[in-house]
Design a protein around this ligand. Structure first.
Ligand code: F6P
Length: 562
């Protein structure tokens, strides 16, 4: 079916209402202190509960009345139709002519979905069950290395979506790792990465998982070949195997498995098709952590944990799909992002997890959000009609507080920020009678309070400050934040969180009219790197083809390479 032309959001009546609201706000002034005083039910009107997650939007630069405008905008850009296209497998990734079906990866096996003649749910669960079976063999020790030793380390070799999701989730759910198996992640083609990750590894107890949707990505293919050489050399060095073709093939069989959509290429690499787990071209790399790409997670955390993770995704998917827009916090969060980007001129968006286990969550979101919505053309090839995309960044609190929060509090930029915390911790500690989790969470609460309400010059003066100190110690407030406060960081709540951001990205993409599922912007650099590599290896004609700046850099390289 033809995908309809994007609707220009800037021409809708809801957009005109936002323009008017913005103008009025500028005139009357933005004052969260006053807005809270004037409307005692502001928090009630702007807070939402979804299962075990509580969302407080009240400290944002919006009025409760704007919810209607946001919902209207969603209707006017036909979010409902597009959501149904997403959930039913229409080819909304138009530039690659593909369905976008990550939502199917977490649908229960009782449901049915046939897309392009493929029984999607049966296929998804067939692979899941194979992975569960394989993971159980590794976890129980039934599957062993070539010398009979139990596998104790899995090494995920992949990059982008084949790395960021698994590493983020592995870190986030460390307390759920229960089989004495640890995971490592090699992504960068920089030889330092593989060198450091393999330095202290025992080849006899290591399983490599080569993860690549395309199985052509230069970083992953290079690292996989390096890892194979490392494995065989080490095993031979340790007299664990003889240097024969048969023994080497056996070693690869015991120590290498793969995850890919390109099963023929995996076989050509020498990995047994029986030890290969597939997925499909309708799973985008950055949307793939809940596919076979999560194999390292199933091995380390166990199938039960992974199933709970998928359930969390599915429940948020269904909440997004079925909840009325005025009550749909996913849609409202997306519209607020549009509001800040297109009206306030916000360039970036901070994600600040108050949970150390989520320390890779901002990095994960960078690919999800920026590879999806960093586009200048719409899905019909026409230019976008307004600014798109947000620069996502962040660090776990409280570390960020002692680093970049100064700029968020008192700088000249407007930086909408998501503060994410969980009430309960896996590691309760009391220090000098102080519950440390409470001390930690008081920071989470204090920061959004300070950002919203600030500190007036009058209050600063009242403390005895004078001269330039008054201005320096004044906080203007009105710095927008959203608090996402969960019960406990579990596989389920993590699944919910990821789906939440996926659907925010999708909704913003719909407003902006962009295909959030292709990534042509990463291609040019890859092609050029292939042309430059021979020049670094002294191929004169490749060198001659370079521009002056690149030639000068290559000359510097020639002069300094030992
Ligand atoms: O270069 C970008 C990209 O295509 C991402 O979208 C993807 O997640 C990553 O490379 C890795 O791709 P693959 O899984 O095919 O190796």
């Amino acid at each position: 079916m033809e995908t309809s032309a994007p609707i220009d959001a800037t021409k809708t009546t809801a957009w005109a209402d936002l323009v008017k609201t913005f103008g009025e706000m500028k005139k009357t002034g933005i004052n969260l202190r006053q807005w809270f005083n004037d409307d005692p039910s502001r928090v009630e009107k702007l807070s939402f509960t979804v299962n075990d997650l509580y969302f407080d939007l009240s400290k944002n630069l919006i009025t409760p009345e704007m919810i209607k405008i946001f919902a209207h905008l969603a209707e006017e850009v036909h979010l409902h139709e597009r959501t149904e296209q997403l959930f039913t497998g229409e080819h909304i990734n138009v530039t690659e002519d593909r369905a976008v079906l990550h939502i199917a990866l977490r649908m229960p096996d009782k449901q049915q979905l046939t897309v392009d003649g493929q029984d999607v749910i049966t296929d998804v669960h067939t692979v899941l069950n194979r992975m569960y079976e394989f993971a159980n063999k590794i976890r129980s020790g039934e599957w062993r290395g070539i010398t009979g030793k139990k596998i104790t380390t899995v090494v995920n070799i992949g990059i982008g979506g084949s790395d960021l999701g698994p590493v983020m989730v592995y870190e986030a759910l460390k307390p759920y790792s229960d089989a004495g198996i640890t995971a490592r992640f090699i992504s960068n083609i920089d030889p330092n990465d593989i060198a450091e990750k393999t330095r202290d590894l025992d080849p006899e107890t290591t399983l490599f998982i080569v993860v690549s949707k395309s199985f052509t990505t230069i970083e992953t293919m290079t690292n996989a070949l390096d890892a194979r050489t490392w494995l065989l050399n080490k095993l031979i060095e340790q007299n664990a195997i003889n240097n024969t073709e048969d023994q080497c093939a056996q070693a690869v069989h015991h120590h290498f498995v793969a995850v890919s959509t390109a099963l023929d290429k995996v076989a050509a690499f020498g990995i047994d098709p029986d030890n290969t787990f597939g997925f499909w071209n309708w799973v985008g790399g950055r949307y793939s952590v809940d596919s076979a790409v999560g194999l390292s997670l199933i091995i380390t955390l166990g199938p039960a944990c992974f199933k709970e993770f998928l359930d969390g995704f599915h429940s948020m998917d269904m909440y997004f799909r079925t909840t009325d827009y005025e009550k749909n916090v996913v849609v409202l969060l997306a519209m607020m992002n549009v509001w800040y980007t297109n009206f306030f001129g916000a360039e970036s968006h901070a994600v600040l997890p108050y949970n150390q286990y989520l320390h890779r969550f901002p990095a994960y979101l960078q690919q999800l959000t920026m590879e999806s919505n960093g586009k200048s053309v719409r899905w019909d090839g026409t230019p976008v009609t307004t600014k798109t995309g947000e620069i996502y960044w962040g660090e776990p609190g409280t570390n960020g507080q002692h680093s970049f929060y100064q700029l968020i509090h008192q700088g000249t930029h407007i930086i909408p920020a998501d503060f994410i915390a969980f009430v309960n911790t896996s590691n309760p500690v009391t220090c000098s009678d102080q519950d440390v989790q409470e001390l930690f969470l008081s920071n989470f609460l204090a920061q959004t309070k300070a950002l919203a309400f600030g500190k007036t010059a009058q209050e600063v003066r009242r403390e005895g400050n004078k001269g330039p100190l008054v201005a320096a110690r004044t906080f203007n407030g009105n710095r927008p934040t959203t608090s996402i406060f969960g019960d406990t960081l579990t596989p389920y709540s993590l699944g919910e969180l990821i789906s939440l951001y996926e659907m925010i990205v999708f909704t913003e993409g719909t407003v902006w009219g962009i295909d959030s599922f292709d990534q042509w912007g990463v291609e040019l650099g890859k092609v050029l790197a292939k042309q430059i590599a021979p020049a670094l290896a002294h191929d004169e004609s490749a060198y001659e083809q370079q521009d002056q700046s690149t030639q000068a850099l290559i000359q510097w390289y020639y002069a300094h390479r030992h």
